[in-house]
Design a protein around this ligand. Structure first.
Ligand code: N01
Length: 547
């Protein structure tokens, strides 16, 4: 029989105030905030062997933040942290972001409370004890009052289900699960399927050393020049001097502090507009979309003109007119994720790169050493799948927590990803999602978005404790109203006109539902108002006596 001391010790090792699943950008901050600001006993879990979340996995050649990120793709909760870290390039590489996150983990001593290489296999709510129980792959069990799901918006890699794909016996890598050991392309014939952000970042890098790269493209994409360059001392100095203003401006401007245009397209002549597009193209980054004229993502005529401008740029860059035509996108620019490139279109001018348009020439079969499309066989030594993710909802469904009456999230979300405020789900008390469906997530700066969501979770916990409540839970009617808000905002834009992962359209059978809140600043105002209003729309249960 165990002594009381041994029992207490075991409880201390397995019983927590909060469990955080995921040690990426969101989970790291959740651990820090709940532990160091709220004084809770917190335990983190992650299947990877270190911090970083999606950045731990995304090590493919050319991997970078898909925005002019420096110094904004970073936490804002500590001014000292912001000022002591020096970003080297305007568009940070995956290695730089990972080094930064490792530095944060060291500085705030996060690793001591995270179990790495520990997959959470089961997560269920016990209504009797008002606690979440989790079971890890090695059979260990833990419990906590609060479950924070910081499982990432882009975690569940999507592998295309082409019949016979496994017949290919050469090296095969998914960009979102890239090996940690160096991968050599030298002298190899490489096939790349997928031309989203990951493919467009990887292809120019692979082409530098591969014998040949064959790109299999399903949808031709727009990409804007990233114009990546070293950060200057002057930029760093200005950032440090205006740090508070930058933070405020990011909070107010949908996550990024970039200039957005106040000019109206219909007040300019066609020539003036073309001149402005040229200027914005030369500046690079997001400028063409957000800083040319007001409303490029809502006004179809303006959007068409900008789309044409980029199509013409592609025609000018790509020398072979047949290849250039295959690369012509035919959707509204910006309605799929904006891609920033570092020499993507120029890569097609190399002799060792060829492009297959899968719409005209679909994949028919795979062999041990090649891919056959309708028109020809393509011998390859390596296959790179840059085919994206079951985005935003996929990682929560993969975790599949079970709420009241044992109902699994996969059942609750079979047809719609119901949630309230992008953080809570009815039937799942005391469970909080970071960057889940219904939140600004991928549309906002993810570190800042995570901070603001986690701080709101902290307000919930304070409210519960201050009022003797055991649980907080949203309601189906609040979920319905929330979804109505998300879809209403999206429907004012051109986004829903295009098949994209924002709508779940990239995953066969996935429910079609716009997955993100497009008005990030308004969203966070609503979070604040909800907390200031005493969480009126929520349902509370009194705390049960601890056994
Ligand atoms: O994935 P994607 P990604 N046969 O879904 C194609 C973020 N990111 O990994 O467009 C053939 O965008 C698919 O075709 P289509 C960023 O937010 C962030 O590139 O669906 N092709 C598409 O071309 C980004 O948006 C950073 O018709 C198939 C491609 O594969 C998100 O991650 C860096 C196919 C997938 O493109 C996802 O980008 C990089 C099939 N069966 C990326 N299935 C950072 O900043 C899919 N495709 C962290």
């Amino acid at each position: 029989m165990q002594t009381q001391n041994a029992q207490d010790e075991e409880a201390a090792m397995t019983s927590f105030d909060a469990i955080v699943v995921g040690a990426g950008v969101g989970g790291m901050y959740a651990l820090h905030y709940l532990r160091d600001e709220l004084g809770l006993r917190v335990r983190g879990f992650d299947g990877a062997s270190d911090v970083g979340g999606t950045w731990w996995y995304n090590r493919y050649p050319g991997a970078r933040v898909d925005a002019p990120s420096s110094p904004f793709y970073a936490y804002t909760f500590s001014e000292d942290l912001a000022k002591e870290w020096s970003w080297t390039e305007t568009q940070s590489t995956s290695d730089q972001v990972r080094a930064y996150l490792e530095h944060v983990a060291d500085r705030f001593d996060l690793r001591k409370d995270i179990a790495f290489e520990t997959w959470v296999d089961e997560t269920f709510f016990d209504e009797r004890t008002q606690r979440w129980n989790i079971r890890t792959r090695d059979g260990s069990e833990y419990s906590a009052r609060f479950l924070i799901c910081a499982v990432g918006a882009l975690f569940v890699a999507h592998r295309p289900n082409y019949p016979g794909i496994d017949d290919f016996t050469g090296e095969c890598y998914h960009t979102g699960r890239w090996p940690h050991d160096p991968v050599s392309f030298a002298g190899k014939r490489v096939g790349v399927i997928g031309t989203g952000s990951s493919g467009i970042q990887a292809i120019p890098e692979i082409a530098k050393t591969a014998a040949h790269v064959t790109v299999f493209q399903r949808t031709a994409q727009y990409a804007l020049p990233a114009r990546n360059r070293p950060m200057t001392d002057a930029e760093r100095g200005a950032f440090e001097a205006d740090w508070q203003d930058h933070c405020m401006s990011m909070r107010r401007r949908g996550g990024w502090p970039f200039a957005t245009s106040k000019f109206k397209a219909d007040e300019a002549t066609a020539e003036e507009r073309q001149a402005r597009y040229e200027e914005m193209w030369a500046l690079g980054g997001m400028n063409l979309m957000i800083n040319s004229y007001v409303g490029a993502i809502v006004d179809a005529d303006l959007n068409n003109e900008i789309s044409d401008f980029v199509r013409n740029k592609i025609r000018q860059i790509v020398k072979d007119p047949i290849t250039a035509e295959k690369l012509m996108p035919d959707y509204h620019i910006g309605t799929k994720r904006i891609i920033l490139d570092n020499g993507y279109f120029e890569t097609y001018n190399r002799d060792n790169v060829s492009l297959v348009d899968l719409n005209a020439d679909p994949i028919q079969s795979f062999s041990a050493d090649g891919v056959s499309t309708q028109s020809q066989d393509h011998p390859i030594d390596m296959l790179v799948l840059a085919t994206g993710y079951d985005a935003v909802s996929g990682s929560m469904l993969h975790l599949n927590p079970r709420g009241r009456q044992g109902v699994p999230l996969q059942q609750k979300w079979a047809e719609r990803f119901d949630n309230h405020l992008g953080i809570t789900v009815a039937g799942f008390p005391n469970m909080f999602m970071i960057h889940g469906p219904g939140s600004p997530g991928v549309f906002f700066t993810m570190p800042l978005g995570a901070e603001l969501q986690v701080q709101w979770v902290g307000e919930c916990i304070r409210h519960l404790d201050g009022n003797g409540h055991g649980t907080i839970e949203t309601t189906p009617s609040a979920e319905e109203a929330w979804d109505e808000q998300i879809q209403r905002i999206a429907n004012k834009t051109l986004y829903p006109r295009t098949n994209s992962w924002y709508l779940g359209a990239n995953i066969p059978g996935k429910p079609r539902q716009f997955l993100g809140h497009l008005a990030g600043s308004q969203y966070f105002d609503q979070l604040t108002a909800t907390a200031d209003g005493g969480f009126e729309a929520f349902v509370f249960e009194p705390a049960v006596a601890e056994t």
